[in-house]
Design a protein around this ligand. Structure first.
Ligand SMILES: [Zn+2]
Length: 676
């Protein structure tokens, strides 16, 4: 028995090591060596071992990454060494004053040491306690001396190592760094929150700080948090295992701690100025995370104690070189609209050109007319504009006291007629949106053609936006069917298109005739009909004729298809222009059928629990869908459950799933899995 347990313990150790290496390769190196499926398999094996033999559970087990039991309150943590804050320098002159002061204190040793410069991440500062290389506690900065212990939450952040790599770490030490939320993850999370009717977060920093202080680690696990380390603290009397800051960063990286990119060793202050200028005006706009400046540190760690700490709070060895905020004020010159392919009227702001974070900004998105009204944006206002990373610039709002009270600009009035065709606009399902109902609207036409040719749709390579615009302007193409009449000669006559490219484009258009009905259906751009729905509908009906003859109720009978999609499709097919387009496509040899897939077994052998109210499927429809795909629906969550489909107001079953670490998915993911 003891031998068995020893063997199992060895197996658990191997699994932990494999899983941690996989997480390191995936999250830190961005070079995964095993598939997600393989990772899941190893993960579930380890979780089963730990459930059957709780003594095998360790503090560095990757199973802790899915979130432990919720806490009732956060406990205090006293930092080994206080977490200090930094003094600021707002320009090159202030940075030079700082150097003068420290040279007075420590002499020319400072200049001989040089500096290490790092990005200043705009996130939440934390401290990670490692004992013999294993993460045992993690805490927020708090007041610098005492923070809050958020260990279970920090363990859910995949690029924080639960066990350090290498061996040259101190017995007990704290790794300091910054938890942040990448822009990409932040945007995606907010989109999901809007879709779920939840309030959105104002900025990535607040979202990261809020996620860290959650009592339920499962909530933190669902937020896209990442980490960068930059410092190490050891108990009094011990030495940090490096002699310079740039060595320390290398050491951190060798331990598997993610280190922020673009750090630089600079021999002189002039080099520091040049590096900081480059980061502020070029690098900053390319990053997927927010920075609010750079940190400049005296490189030789041995000089740090001599330089001392000002007021017990700000060390002299380092300084924050702050950058101008990525927000600027400028004048709103006009609010214009364009017409989307489904007829949506999309407002956007035309701005007096202004530089933000090193890039010139002339346009900003306004989303919809409700937002314009809510923010009370008026043409002529001075507005605050924010540009973060690669994200489209957004208007925060007007600057109130900049508005002349004696002569305020007139409130913005949304258009009543389509700017492209003059048809009276209508309101639709989505709040604050206006639509042009004219199927033939030239404004919709170009966007519709771009969508038709796009990758997920008919996938016509080489038919770019600019090319389509030329074709529409030259009146060679009025609808998608016209594309199939184009000749290489007509294309070659267009500006800037070589004969070879014209031939290739005609061949690409020709090849798209073979795309199945599901892609064609998506390509037609019927409102609400996305790729997944198009695939389900095409499989169900098998041919365009059968679909065109179907009623909304017939379409609604398909598992996973709700009212919105069914009504939208039925009303689309009732439009004579739509029917004409379909007929013209068929006449040109475009495929109107869907190959029959082998009978559904996507969920074969799986045991699935459904909880809460799903957005489109009724409970009966969801069960029928699972069973039609070979799965089995059970009522209670156990460790045998393959996954739980979670809807709104899910209760104890969701809690149980989280406790057991059973995978949870939403309805959209379920539909995706059965559609595969
Ligand atoms: Zn129109």
């Amino acid at each position: 028995m003891a031998d068995d347990l020893a063997a199992l313990a060895a197996r658990a150790g191997t699994l932990r090591e494999q899983l941690e290496r996989a997480a390191y390769e995936y999250y830190v190196l961005d070079r995964p060596s095993i598939s997600d499926a393989e990772y899941d398999r190893l993960f579930h094996e380890l979780r089963r071992l730990e459930e059957e033999h709780p003594t095998l559970r360790t503090a560095d087990s990757p199973t802790l990454r899915v979130g432990a039991e919720p806490a009732t309150h956060l406990v205090k943590h006293t930092h080994l060494v206080p977490m200090l804050s930094l003094a600021n320098a707002f320009d090159e002159a202030e940075l030079a004053e700082w150097e003068e002061r420290i040279v007075r204190l420590a002499g020319d040793d400072v200049r001989r040491s040089g500096y290490t410069c790092e990005l200043k991440i705009d996130g939440a500062a934390i401290s990670l306690s490692y004992r013999e290389g294993v993460l045992v506690e993690g805490a927020t900065r708090g007041n610098g001396t005492i923070g809050e212990s958020v260990t279970a939450n920090l363990r859910t952040i995949h690029d924080i190592p639960l066990r350090l790599r290498g061996s040259d770490h101190a017995f007990m030490m704290e790794v300091r760094g910054e938890v942040y939320m990448p822009f990409s993850g932040f945007e995606r999370m907010n989109e999901e929150r809007i879709a779920a009717g939840e309030p959105v977060f104002a900025n990535p920093r607040n979202a990261a700080a809020g996620a860290l202080r959650q009592l339920d680690p499962a909530i933190t696990a669902g937020r896209p948090l990442r980490f960068f380390g930059y410092a190490v603290a050891v108990p009094d009397g011990e030495d940090v295992p490096a002699t310079t800051q740039h060595e320390l960063l290398e050491l951190l990286a060798s331990w598997g701690i993610p280190v922020a990119p673009h750090h630089c060793r600079c021999a002189t202050l002039d080099d520091v100025h040049r590096w900081a200028h480059d980061v502020e005006h070029r690098v900053r706009g390319t990053l997927d995370f927010a920075i609010d400046g750079a940190v400049v540190k005296v490189d030789a760690l041995g000089l740090w104690p001599d330089l001392g700490v000002v007021g017990g709070r700000e060390p002299r060895y380092a300084i924050a070189r702050k950058f101008a905020p990525d927000i600027a004020e400028t004048r709103l010159l006009a609010i214009e609209v364009n017409v989307g392919r489904t007829g949506t009227i999309n407002p956007y702001a035309v701005l007096q050109p202004v530089e933000i974070g090193g890039a010139q900004v002339k346009l900003a998105t306004l989303h919809n007319f409700d937002l314009v009204a809510r923010k009370d944006l008026r043409v002529g206002d001075i507005v605050q504009v924010k540009r973060a990373g690669e994200v489209i610039p957004q208007i925060i709002g007007p600057v109130p006291d900049q508005r002349d009270p004696s002569e305020p600009p007139a409130p913005f009035v949304p258009p009543t007629h389509c700017p492209a065709c003059g048809t009276a606009l209508v309101t639709g399902n989505e709040q604050g949106m206006l639509y042009c109902p004219n199927f033939e609207c030239p404004g919709r036409r170009l966007e519709g053609l771009v969508h038709f040719a796009s990758r997920g749709a008919m996938d016509i390579r080489g038919l770019s936006y600019a090319r389509l615009r030329q074709l529409v302007d030259a009146d060679l193409v009025r609808d998608a069917a016209d594309l199939y009449d184009l000749t290489a000669q007509q294309l070659a006559d267009l500006e800037r298109l070589a004969e070879k490219s014209a031939d290739a484009l005609v061949a690409a258009i020709d090849a798209s005739r073979a795309q199945p009905l599901s892609r064609l259906l998506f390509a037609l751009g019927v409102e609400h009909v996305g790729e997944i729905a198009a695939r389900q509908i095409a499989r169900h009906f098998g041919s365009m004729d059968a679909l065109a003859a179907a009623s909304a109720d017939d379409i609604l009978a398909i598992h996973g298809i709700g009212d919105t999609i069914a009504n939208s499709l039925a009303s689309w097919f009732s439009n004579p222009n739509a029917r004409r387009l379909v007929r013209r496509l068929a006449e040109r040899g475009v495929t109107m059928t869907e190959p029959q897939a082998s009978s559904g077994g996507a969920l074969k052998g799986l045991s699935i629990v459904i909880t809460g109210t799903l957005p489109t499927l009724s409970r009966e429809q969801a069960i029928a869908l699972v069973e039609a795909n070979g799965g089995r629906v059970t009522s209670g969550v156990s460790k045998k459950t393959s996954f739980v489909v979670v809807g709104a107001d899910a209760g104890s079953k969701l809690d149980k799933a989280r406790t057991l670490g059973v995978e949870t998915i939403d309805e959209a993911e379920l539909l995706r899995r059965v559609a595969e």
